[in-house]
Design a protein around this ligand. Structure first.
Ligand code: AMP
Ligand code: ZN
Ligand code: FE
Ligand code: FE
Length: 274
């Protein structure tokens, strides 16, 4: 069984439509794939239909941007009830905070003499939540940069000159809301891009309903993976592995490059309140 629990489609900042993503998952030899677009569940129906057609299993997920004691931290949420009112309100707030920062980032780029067209940013986002990768796409279109990666390194990364933070919801609240919506919260890439995470902090969040931690991720080196696996085992958190695939939008995150065991998937779904 090959299981990949973290992927993105054009419904957020991936480059494959949900149906294309499922076809690519089949191609990559996956039996189970989770679609985890940023702050949205709008890709689920298309992915579900494609998964049924191809005979593979879809896990319905999303990835939330949260604040962990002042640090940016992504949280994966699986099998939530997408209509649960508190969850819906939380996602709406997330999307609104994404919308609000875009004109400010565009203003910064204009001041830096790298103007982009707001309509191009919106067009890159399509119907899903808008993010920095879409600003990067507009920069590529304006020929300021060649790749999203270059746009992040030179302008849009957290230390970049065009970066504008957005309001993020507290991770404690996100975990509680995901649980309330019957879903399973899993910390995404906790040691990626310089983030810090202690065993004590995992234990605190576990008390609040955290179920798992993404151990095998491309942003984790072997030592980080060993450390995280040890913490997960000691605390009884479910350890997952995944690609964080974004199509051609992110290099080095091929579908199935990291995988989750069948036992871990069973444990996650058993924790699901529905
Ligand atoms: P945002 O959600 O708008 O803050 O944008 C963050 C997203 O940008 C992350 O979830 C990644 O998918 C993407 N991202 C971050 N760093 C890079 C990078 N260096 N190259 C390409 N995409 C990136
Ligand atoms: Zn992304
Ligand atoms: Fe992430
Ligand atoms: Fe992701």
């Amino acid at each position: 069984m090959r299981i990949d629990l973290h992927t993105h489609s054009t419904c957020s900042d991936g480059t494959d439509t949900p149906a294309e993503l499922i076809a690519a998952a089949v191609e990559a030899g996956l039996d189970v794939v989770a679609l985890t677009d940023h702050d949205t569940t709008i890709g689920w129906d298309e992915a579900e239909a494609a998964a049924r057609q191809h005979g593979i299993r879809l896990v319905r997920g999303l990835e939330l941007s949260t604040d962990n004691s002042g640090q940016s931290q992504h949280l994966l949420a699986y099998e939530v009830d997408p209509l649960e009112p508190e969850l819906v309100a939380m996602l709406e707030r997330g999307v609104a905070s994404r919308q609000q920062r875009i004109p400010r980032m565009i203003k910064r780029l204009a001041d830096l003499k790298f103007p982009v067209d707001e309509a191009h940013v919106r067009a890159a986002a399509g119907e899903g939540p808008v993010g920095r990768p879409h600003v990067a796409d507009a920069m590529i279109r304006a020929r300021h940069v060649k790749t999203r990666e270059e746009a992040f390194v030179r302008f849009l990364g957290d230390d970049g000159p065009a970066y504008v933070p957005r309001e993020k919801l507290a991770i404690e609240e996100a975990i509680a809301t995901v649980r309330k919506a019957g879903g399973v919260p899993v910390i995404a890439h906790p040691l990626g891009r310089g983030a810090q995470f202690t065993r004590e902090r995992f234990a605190e969040l576990q008390q609040l309903g955290l179920v798992g931690v993404e151990v095998d991720h491309e942003e984790h080196d072997p030592e980080m993976r060993t450390e995280l696996r040890g913490i997960a085992e000691a605390l009884g958190l479910v350890a997952t592995g995944s690609s964080d695939y974004h199509g051609t939008g992110k290099k080095g995150h091929r579908l199935g490059c990291n995988t989750t065991t069948e036992e871990a998937l069973d444990a996650l779904l058993a924790a699901c309140g529905r």
